[in-house]
Each structure stands twice: as C-alpha cells, then as structure tokens.
Design a protein around this ligand. Sequence first.
Ligand SMILES: C[S@@+](CC[C@H](N)C(=O)[O-])C[C@H]1O[C@@H](n2cnc3c(N)ncnc32)[C@H](O)[C@@H]1O
Length: 235
Amino acid sequence: MSDQIRNKSKRRLWGRAKGRPLSTYQTSLVDRLLPLVALPSTLKDVGVLLRSTQTISLEIGFGGAEHLLHKAGSDRDGLYIGVEPFLNGIAKALAGIDKAGLENVRLHHGDVRDVLDRLPDACLDNVYILFPDPWPKPRHFKRRLIQEELIEQVYRVLKPGGKFYFASDITSYVDWALIRILRYRDVRANGFDWPASDARDWMQPYQDWPGTRYEAKALREGRKPHYFTFIKPGE
Ligand SMILES: C[S@@+](CC[C@H](N)C(=O)[O-])C[C@H]1O[C@@H](n2cnc3c(N)ncnc32)[C@H](O)[C@@H]1O
C-alpha cells in the first residue's frame, strides 16, 4: 500500500494501483470489455444511463468484486456501478461479467470521488463501502476513504430512503466512521438515520451476503466485522 497516484483533478489516491501482471485473458478484457462497460464520463450521459433503470447501487472499492458480481448476478434488473482504482480488481470484475454474461454492471477504474462528482443528486438506492483500507496510524488517518466530504457526497447522491452500507473489522475505523456519519446527522437535521437498536444489528452480515476477501481475512485473523446500515430519510 505505498504507491501514490495523482489523478487528473490532482486528488491524491492512496493505495495499490497494480499488483501481479495481468494474464493475456485479463489484458484482453481490459482492452475489449472495459470500454463497453465503463461508466460514461459526462454528467449528461451518466444521467441518461441512470434514468433507464429502477434500482441503482454503487460499490466503492470493490476489491476482488465478490460482492459486486454476486449482487449483479442475483438482481439482473438492477444496475450496479463498481469503482476500483486497483487494476487487478477491475480485471477480476471484468472476468466475472464476461463469464456470467452480466449486462447490468458499469465500472470506473479510478477514484470514487471523481465518480461522485459526476452523479446527479438523489440518483442511487444503495451505496456500499465494504472493508475500506484501514490506514491505522494516526498520521495516515487523512488517507481514509471515509471523510466528511465523502459522507456529504454519499448523502447527496442517495435517493430519499436510500441506504448507505459500511462494513469494517477495524475498531478505530468503526469509531472514526460512526463519529463522522452521526455528526453529519447532527449538523443536518435530516442527516442519516441509523435504525440499529442493539449490537445484534451490526454484528450480523447483511442479507444475501456473499462475503468478501477482506472480510474472510479479518475472520481468519480473529477480528470481528461490523456491518452498519444508514438510511437517508424519506420525503
Ligand atoms: C481493503 S480493500 C477491500 C476490498 C473489498 N471491498 C473487500 O471487502 O474485500 C479496499 C479497497 O478500496 C479501494 N479504494 C481505495 N481508495 C479508493 C478510492 N478513492 N476510490 C475507490 N476505491 C478505493 C482499494 O483499491 C481496495 O481495493
């Protein structure tokens, strides 16, 4: 996790951009299939795409794409947008799309903040952030994905009644995220609702949960995953 990428908008993206070299098959998918399933690059074209579908979900940092592919495969009427800067993750998603013949996935290879900038208000039903990079050292906290600005953007792009799913096995990240998400609720009278009544709510995986690679790693290493659901209040 040491490479630093600077994208067009000069935002800093922390984390790995590339891992093992891609196989010939994966390279051909990136060349041939990625342009066909890429999220449109203009606000107008994104608007047109989003208008044509009923349920729209965004997964931020999908890693090996286990969750993204499972959801898209079991709900072919919904649209699933996956964002991931790690090229090997993109290649895994493409292989899954190819194998299952999925037509309801759009991918963005890069930083989610660039995608959020081009999404219209109140267009998404679900946003998932599952096991984000922990950045456990205090001097690296500013690299964490969940920051006030991102929470604000997630709130903006969710439809009324839309859900924000956040899962993590890192206690300091859970505290970090909860403080910020709930503070946002205090700042905005109609910020996120958090309907949990006790720990049973966040200690159990979500319904229809396929598991993810980082969740499996946490369980192997004896850490307890937490699964939170926040809701943007309805009108
Ligand atoms: C710890 S991994 C978790 C992957 C997967 N969600 C899982 O549970 O197995 C975090 C992922 O977030 C991605 N990520 C980091 N910064 C990001 C950003 N600004 N936009 C989108 N994805 C990002 C990383 O590349 C990495 O794949």
